[in-house]
Design a protein around this ligand. Structure first.
Ligand code: SF4
Ligand code: SF4
Length: 436
């Protein structure tokens, strides 16, 4: 992957040139790009970013700090891909551009290297480490220490940015996925399919209840579900942050742990993970031991909404389900990354007594975008305000969305504004409707 320049590998120079030169500069993507919409600057648009990437690929420009900042100002929301009539593969360009920024070293600082080493190279490389940190956080929260610190006024002594980050600390689940989900959950009634369930990394700590609900819904629909107790990260965080070698290592581990030949489908309920998991063939294309299996893997990975509609899920029977008004926020990596838009709505509409109200700009990014809300708080905050304004306009008491990052971002926004809003995964609503 990549060619040598100045003693280092250039990801953009090594990228297939047919991908680099696809953009015809029409500008159709500009109105759909949240960063361009905010600044109206060409360099903050997909077209402007692609021009910079091409200049590097052509050897007319070296990666600079300004280039790297631009690539990290991009949300990676992929709205531009949906809008593009030329079929520009912005997702591939974006990953190569971030890798270019990292490998050029233009962003390197001791603080940044330490944070990346701790998170990408240590924490997210093994589930056991994540669970250890998750257990410590859980104890801190369950013992009431977090509340005590918040009430004590100690936080006022901290810098503003740290206070903002503290307020975004997610609530840990009382039990993680392996404490709630059996390694093999039998299908209810006749077994129609055998599927593997990915519990995710952050999802496992913060939304393990959604994993439990997903397994319950799958078994209700004739699936035997295999959920290994110990699982790894899918590597999406690494690929989106320019760490290919680690992303490739994690992809190989996933294929090894979930042999695609042995199941009908590999299920994910996290849109960001799903969008990455479906492209292992590209990531491992140069590896003869994995290239073919990765193609099979890609074909077997299914987002939960996509899978349920594909197999013809059973609608919940009418009973005493609560009357509820729900609006649906489309996670970027579900609607733009995987082109899954109709299926979540089909599932929500099948729930008795649930009224689905369309959300204005449902496909506009909420600002979560992986770790974007942590590293670009200003832009992420603007996007969240815009999202909350639209949610309020629907009058819905519940917002459903199929990605842990979006769930957290909207939850945090609602909490900050004191909005009495329930923020929930569509599959949890379906599981609740089945239980009645
Ligand atoms: S990925 Fe999103 S933020 Fe980045 S250029 Fe495309 S539309 Fe704009
Ligand atoms: S819509 Fe596609 S071809 Fe047109 S400027 Fe945007 S990326 Fe380029």
């Amino acid at each position: 992957m990549g060619s040598e320049t100045n003693g280092r590998v250039s990801p953009l120079k090594g990228l297939d040139y047919s991908v680099v030169q696809q953009c015809m500069h029409c500008g159709m993507c500009l109105p759909t790009c949240p960063t361009y919409d905010a600044t109206k600057l060409e360099r903050n648009s997909p077209r402007g970013r692609i021009a910079l990437m091409r200049a590097i690929a052509d050897g007319q420009l070296e990666a600079t700090k300004a280039f790297a900042d631009e690539m990290y100002f991009c949300l990676g929301c992929l709205a531009c891909m949906t809008a593009c009539p030329a079929g520009v593969n912005y997702a591939e360009l974006f990953e190569h551009a971030r890798a270019e920024a990292e490998q050029s070293g233009v962003m390197t600082s001791a603080k940044r290297s330490a944070i990346r080493s701790f998170t990408l190279r240590w924490l997210f490389m093994e589930q056991g480490r994540l669970q250890l940190v998750g257990r410590m956080m859980r104890m801190y929260q369950e013992l009431g220490l977090q509340n005590a610190v918040r009430k004590s006024g100690l936080l006022k002594l901290m810098p503003k940015r740290l206070r903002e980050l503290e307020a975004m600390t997610p609530e840990m689940q009382p039990a993680f996925s392996n404490e709630m989900i059996p390694a093999v959950a039998p299908a209810r009634g006749e077994r129609r399919y055998r599927v593997a369930m990915l519990t995710g990394c952050a999802q496992d700590l913060i939304f393990s209840d959604v994993n439990r609900d997903t397994v319950e819904v799958l078994t209700r629909n004739g699936c035997e579900v295999i959920t290994p107790a110990s699982q790894g990260c899918c590597g999406s965080l690494h690929a989106h942050n320019g760490e290919w070698a680690m992303a490739q290592q994690l992809a190989r581990q996933q294929i090894h742990q979930f042999p695609p030949e042995q199941v009908d489908a590999i299920i994910t309920n996290a849109a960001g993970c799903g969008s990455h998991l479906k492209h292992y063939a590209k990531l491992l294309e140069g590896n003869p031991a994995y290239a073919e299996r990765a193609k099979l893997w890609d074909a077997k990975v299914k987002d939960i909404h996509e899978w349920l509609v594909e197999i013809g899920f059973e609608p919940p029977k009418h009973g005493d389900q609560p009357t509820q008004t729900v609006t649906y926020h489309e996670a970027c990596h579900l609607c733009h990354g995987q082109k899954i838009t109709a299926q979540p709505r089909q599932i929500l509409k099948a729930i008795p007594n649930l009224k689905l109200v369309e959300l204005p700009e449902s496909m506009w990014c909420c600002g979560s975008a992986g770790i974007y809300n942590l590293v670009q708080p200003e832009m992420a905050g603007e996007l969240l305000d815009r999202k909350l304004k639209h949610i309020r306009s629907t009058g819905a008491e519940t917002v459903a969305t199929g990605n842990p990052g979006c769930l957290l971002q909207i939850l945090n926004g609602a909490r900050k504004e004191g909005l009495p809003l329930r923020v929930v995964h569509p599959i949890t609503l379906l599981a609740e409707a089945y239980r009645i």
